[in-house]
Design a protein around this ligand. Structure first.
Ligand SMILES: [Fe+2]
Ligand SMILES: [Fe+2]
Length: 242
């Protein structure tokens, strides 16, 4: 970043909400689940698959919303861009979530049937999941980036409200931090990737929620990198050196 650059919160916060966790899910698919399946480590795969599904379900709730907590990010985009992109936008992504859920179910079934079935089902699931994330990044991210600053924060708040009300929210936070700390992120240092992820959460949450997220993230991060994560967060908040 150039000396003197002022961080644009709208540019950083909104897109990070979606793209940060897509990177976490891609890390899982490429670097954790696929190698375990290829090596036939089925017990380890079962555990990693549970972790992945719990984290992915919180991410999906942030996009779709929950009945108990109201709308998610897609609802906000539909509301904001109502004139141009309402029903088709909502329907296609909800349908893709349904297809992804079914492909996940088939992986779980295949896991009980053995190594070869698992490899086939996981490969099919990866295609569905990765195409869905690519589609969201292609269509939704530009819409998020165009939201004016108050709505960028609103996007975070809608996502976070649904996420925090979901089963496994603390796991979602810890899983994301651990993924970046151990597997890194394409295009960013682990510290920067963790900071962007946490900053997107912080921008939409209450002080009490942030205390929980902060404690959970700190416990999940490797000790030596935590001070660097906090330094990166200061930059994103516009209060630290750039
Ligand atoms: Fe999605
Ligand atoms: Fe997504």
């Amino acid at each position: 970043m150039d000396q003197g650059t002022v961080v644009n919160q709208a540019e950083v916060v909104g897109p990070a909400f979606m793209s940060s966790y897509h990177q976490v899910l891609r890390n899982d698919l490429e670097h954790v689940l696929t190698p375990l399946a290829h090596r036939g480590q089925l017990a380890e795969f079962a555990e990693a698959w549970r972790d992945y599904r719990t984290a992915a379900s919180v991410h999906t709730a942030m996009e779709e919303g929950l009945e108990s907590s109201g709308g998610g990010g897609i609802d906000l985009l539909n509301h904001w861009y109502e004139a141009s992109a309402n029903a088709p936008l909502s329907m296609s992504f909800l349908e893709e979530h349904g297809q992804e859920e079914e492909a996940q179910r088939l992986v779980t079934v295949a896991l009980a049937q053995g190594h070869n079935d698992l490899l086939r089902a996981l490969s099919a699931y990866r295609q569905v999941a990765e195409a869905h994330m690519d589609h969201e990044e292609e269509v939704l991210l530009p819409l998020v980036e165009q939201l004016p600053p108050p709505s960028a924060s609103l996007f975070s708040r809608w996502c976070l409200t649904a996420g925090a009300a979901s089963y496994g929210f603390e796991h979602f936070v810890a899983h994301g931090v651990t993924s970046f700390a151990t597997l890194g992120s394409q295009g960013s240092s682990p510290e920067r990737a963790i900071a962007e992820f946490l900053h997107s959460l912080q921008s939409g949450c209450s002080e009490a929620q942030w205390a929980l997220i902060h404690a959970t993230a700190r416990a999940a991060a490797y000790g030596p990198i935590w001070s660097s994560v906090m330094a990166e967060m200061s930059v994103l908040q516009g209060v630290g050196p750039v």
